[in-house]
Design a protein around this ligand. Structure first.
Ligand code: SF4
Ligand code: SF4
Length: 345
């Protein structure tokens, strides 16, 4: 249903039958700015009325009752809708005699309907297409070297120049799992755009929201000052920079150290977790073996060592003096502050 301003009622068809652990759905339930409940209950001014179909958050008992809106959308009887994919897309051209992933059965033949069958029919009709998590965006863990399914991200499957019925490229919100507010904030932007109240969300060339993935983990990390002072952790019980014990933060696009994980708290390196690059198209292969120092880290830490060691020593000395009160703070019968009586009336 549309009005002169834009769409005022919209469906969200969320399929998590990609190769995934359903961790992205679980993660977004932790979002509070906004909460999925607020979006669905119409508590956010200006958003279209939203009908959500997600198997974990569904009030149905599953089966055909749950599948009904998806079947209706395939027939063109449920519009407009946003198609959300969770999990990577297997290559069903190499499935042998079986299939890799299915979602319901064909009502005539009883044969499983593959995820790819649904994508082929839903994506072209969708007003917008959004991926939840790195698996759906770029393939993720399931697409690593040696995998048997030949799986990939949605843009690899549909084409990077895909445009939805609403004229949008695929909107990728990576993360393993996706950071709760990163997903809900992006979905909210897409919904405001649907309502006619916002421009399309600005995306980078990997189709990620620019305002979230434009900076590196290192640029927002609580431990970055330790790096600059060449003060590096040797184990995981230290508050210092973790680059020598496997942190890839300097070359990874992610806002989690700034944003935190739940309610602004946490965020990988801030709380002792090395960054393993889980938002990146090259994840996981380019960041393995996890917990080994990144190859570039030995060069950068060697280069910064003379500067960092010297400057840390200098700051230590200045810190001692800065911690002392000036010597004219005393209770003796003599003013020693350097006050010049020349201007006394
Ligand atoms: S812990 Fe990682 S992200 Fe933080 S300062 Fe060190 S290298 Fe950078
Ligand atoms: S900081 Fe690194 S490991 Fe943590 S969510 Fe971001 S990309 Fe993933």
């Amino acid at each position: 249903m549309t009005s002169a301003e834009g769409i005022d009622e919209i469906h969200i068809l969320w399929i998590s039958e990609g190769m995934s652990c359903d961790g992205d759905t679980v993660s977004i339930t932790a979002s509070s700015q906004p909460a999925i409940e607020d979006v669905v209950n119409g508590l956010i001014p200006g958003l279209p009325k939203v009908h959500l179909y997600n198997k974990v958050l569904s009030p149905t008992l599953g089966g055909e009752e749950f599948l009904a809106p998806f079947r209706a959308a395939v027939k063109g009887e449920l519009e407009p809708f946003i198609f959300v994919l969770e999990g990577s897309v297997p290559n069903e051209k190499i499935n042998g005699d079986g299939y890799w992933s299915s979602f319901g059965n064909d009502q005539d033949t009883g044969e499983p309907l593959t995820l790819n069958w649904w994508i082929d029919r839903l994506a072209p009709k969708a007003w917008a297409v959004v991926t939840a998590g790195t698996c759906a965006a770029y393939g993720g863990i399931h697409a690593m070297a040696g995998n048997p399914t030949g799986c990939m991200g949605l843009a690899d499957y549909l084409g990077w120049d895909f445009r939805s019925a609403g004229g949008l490229p695929i909107v990728n919100v990576p993360g393993c799992p996706v950071q709760p507010e990163n997903f809900m904030e992006t979905l909210t932007w897409v919904l405001y755009h649907a309502a006619g109240d916002a421009p399309p969300p600005p995306l980078d060339d990997k189709l990620r929201p620019q305002w979230m993935f434009g900076k590196t983990v290192h640029e927002g990390c609580d431990r970055a000052a330790y790096y600059e002072q060449a003060d590096f952790s040797k184990d995981y019980n230290s508050p210092k920079c973790q680059v020598k014990i496997g942190c890839w933060g300097p070359v990874v696009n992610c806002n989690v150290p700034k944003r935190g994980w739940m309610g602004g708290i946490g965020g990988c390196p801030n709380v002792g977790g090395i960054c393993i690059g889980c938002t990146m198209p090259g994840f996981p292969d380019k960041f393995m073996p996890f917990m080994d120092a990144p190859p570039g880290g030995s060069l950068s830490t060697t280069l910064i060592k003379p500067y960092g060691t010297f400057i840390r020593r200098m700051r230590g000395i200045t810190n001692v003096t800065a911690n002392k009160e000036p010597k004219w703070h005393h209770n003796r019968e003599l003013l020693t502050s350097g006050y010049d009586p020349r201007w006394r009336p």
